[in-house]
Design a protein around this ligand. Sequence first.
Ligand code: NOJ
Length: 521
Amino acid sequence: MTQDWWREAVIYQVYVRSFADSNGDGVGDLPGIRSRLPYLADLGVDAVWITPFYASPMADGGYDVADYRAIDPLFGTLDDAKALVDEAHDRGIRVIVDLVPNHTSDRHEWFQQALKAEKDSPERARYHFRDGRGDRGDLPPNDWESVFGGPAWTKTETADGQWYLHLFAPEQPDLNWDQPEVRGEFLDILRFWLDLGVDGFRIDVAHGMVKADGLPDVGTPGHLKLLGTQALPFFDQDGVHEIYRDWRKVLDSYPGSRIGVAEAWTRSPERTARYLRSDELHQAFNFHYLTAEWNAADLKQVIDDSLAAMTPVAAPTTWVLSNHDVQRHVTRYGSVARARAAALLMLALPGSAYVYQGEELGLPEVLDLPEDVLQDPVWERSGRTDRGRDGCRVPIPWTPDGPSFGFGDGGSWLPQPADWAELSVAKQQADPNSVLELYRSALRVRREQPDLGAGSEVEWLDVPEHVLSFRRGAFTCVVNFGPDTARLPADGRVLLSSGGYATEDADVLVPADTAVWLARP
Ligand code: NOJ
């Protein structure tokens, strides 16, 4: 692959706890991923992004890191990580690891030192400690709210009773990125993993590390709902870009093409593009695409806006339908047929696509997990009103039988629905009409057809309402969002279809919620 492998790469997200369990303890691990590399190679993905596997008390599924250079024993050892990276490379698969720089775990030695240290000490300065408001300091220092519910501040049990900031759970104190020591530490952590051979980093809360000077109040209760529309003093601050300029220098100092991928929730594709200027990061998740509704007009708009926003910075646009934080798109869109069509639409667009483990099996969200198994901190933090994200994190079914459908020899940390036997990899591999075979075929065609993935433009065709169709060189994608079968001139020979279709004279008939790929000779 070229130096620019990432520009059109299909990147598969492995949620490590739920992918494959090698030791029967009910939790996925690194040797489990290793054992499934042949599956990933056969599926045809270019890279994997692996969610955090570092030493962690698991207050937020590993996004609370206690030691950035150690593997949690639940997931394996550093040797396992090295072997995984090497074997993935042998199979032509690149490896992106997940870096969590906005916050540490409250068990991180820095935070433990800060709790023991004096007010205004260098140890406290690595985080955001403040006196509380009110006569007795019993009120939070400002009105910021936690993404997981409740105030973004917790009062410590220390003699001085200071509060500390956590934009997520109280077990995830925010680091103070004004401190050169914090910056230096993360440059070193980047080098540690680059030396081990990783091809890049997915950067957690990439829009959060820098806070507005003086930590000013927002002034609006419920302000996290404004995230997509209004500036907030703790997200997407201009100062954050300086960090990525430093990081880019480190990435570029290594051989090959090592990349940074921003998990940046911003208010517009233009704001996202700022993370991808030529001296910053390489890719950012396209959450504007992920959150669009299943209809032709909205998706066309977001595709156009996303492509236009990336043009000035010459970065590839990315496309994503699901991840470990959102409801799976089979459920969100309302049917497997739509999810199949959505896959062909996404994989036909220019740029890089992210596939979340299990979407290639057409897994739905598990909506009825018993309350006593829920582990997402959102459940408790919301006063048990929001069930959180566990429903998209249920372990993968590999075989139609066994204690956890082949996930491991023991059970699985979240129960799998009984009917997932039918959705297992082994069942789908034997079925040419399965979602798995659709993904495999689509990825094969994408590799064979140079017009797919590459470039940065789509040529929209004039088609009936509720239909989208675009050309990319000799290739055409048609998606019918409407309730009725659409009839339109066949722009070549059908290569692949997400459902049934017919050809008649020189036309192609595309049923509701179906996508078709065609190519001219
Ligand atoms: C985004 C991650 O994807 C999510 O799972 C996590 O809870 C938050 N960042 C906090 O680290």
